[in-house]
Design a protein around this ligand. Sequence first.
Ligand code: ADP
Length: 245
Amino acid sequence: AGMTGSLLEIRGLEVVFDGFRAINGVDLTVGEGELRFLIGPNGAGKTTLIDVVTGLTRPAAGTVTFAGTELTGRKEHRIVRLGIGRTFQTSVVFEELTVVENLDLAAGFRRPLAALLRRRRGISETVATALDTIGLTGLADRPAGVLSHGQRQWLEIGMLIAQRPRLLLLDEPVAGMSKDERERTGELLTEIAKDHTVIVVEHDMEFLRRYASRVTVLHEGAVLVEGDVATVQSDPRVQEVYLGR
Ligand code: ADP
């Protein structure tokens, strides 16, 4: 069967804020299982694009289709249930709860109430898998408040995985991280992309060179260039608007 079919299809997207066109005719297709990087200068429309896909912002025109389902006009929680998870630039971790409790809470977010009520003690397989993927098994019972910045970012990614999405949207996951933490995060993204589709907003070019395959460059609300890292990097239009800042 068509294993590499498209999971997310955006067509003719336009977003207008008080007369300002933040997204101006974006077409974007992301295939199932892709690890796609989204770059572009400040104000290019990257966050707005994620906001539209996750139902936070309504487009003025265009369509967003996920696994054949039209998303436009659907509420955020319905979109989560269809299998789309995202991180925010602000933390959603509960500091007083342990790492496992945070993951458990996130996993329960998609669980029907009845299942929550008959929940047994101990950690579910979903939570155990998320814990292992983010490499925080050794800190499972520690309060999230003691985690380093990097560990907290990984926990947030783990909380997304625990919701078992098909598509993850990550907004600058390596921001503020040390070199080692970036490397660990790159490996984590590669690992996650084995059984999820992942879209990552990221600016760090060195990081892209190491971990990105396909890159989409946004500029002034439109797709400027799309291609593999080398192609995108050597494109004079990209150098002008992005690299040559
Ligand atoms: P990026 O994430 O690429 O930095 P954004 O998507 O945050 O860009 O913003 C795109 C443009 O839309 C920017 O010019 C920004 O100022 C504007 N914008 C974003 N959100 C709003 C809003 N809620 N109201 C008005 N303008 C907005």
